[in-house]
Design a protein around this ligand. Structure first.
Ligand SMILES: [Zn+2]
Length: 82
């Protein structure tokens, strides 16, 4: 009788371990927010592709633009005003 309870208890523990392992296994395969962070974006001034994390962002006219450097951001500003 005690052995049966012990086996049952072990099965329950095993069930939760498998459930947890499956959850951990499924997590990296999901396309989460990390994909957006490493996104490559194009500089509208010099047409260079730069990772979004390293880009210089500028909000112009309520829209966000990304540049490879502050020089390109300033050039873009001049192009818009001039
Ligand atoms: Zn640039």
């Amino acid at each position: 009788m005690y052995r049966l309870l012990l086996i049952l208890g072990l099965l329950i523990i095993l069930y939760f371990l498998v459930k947890k392992a499956l959850r951990e296994f499924n997590r990296p395969s999901l396309p989460s927010g990390s994909a957006g962070h490493d996104q490559m974006i194009q500089d509208p001034v010099c047409r260079t592709y730069i990772p979004r994390a390293n880009a210089v962002s500028a909000s112009i006219g309520g829209q966000n633009y990304y540049f490879c450097s502050t020089d390109c951001a300033q050039t873009f500003h001049k192009q818009l005003s001039g």
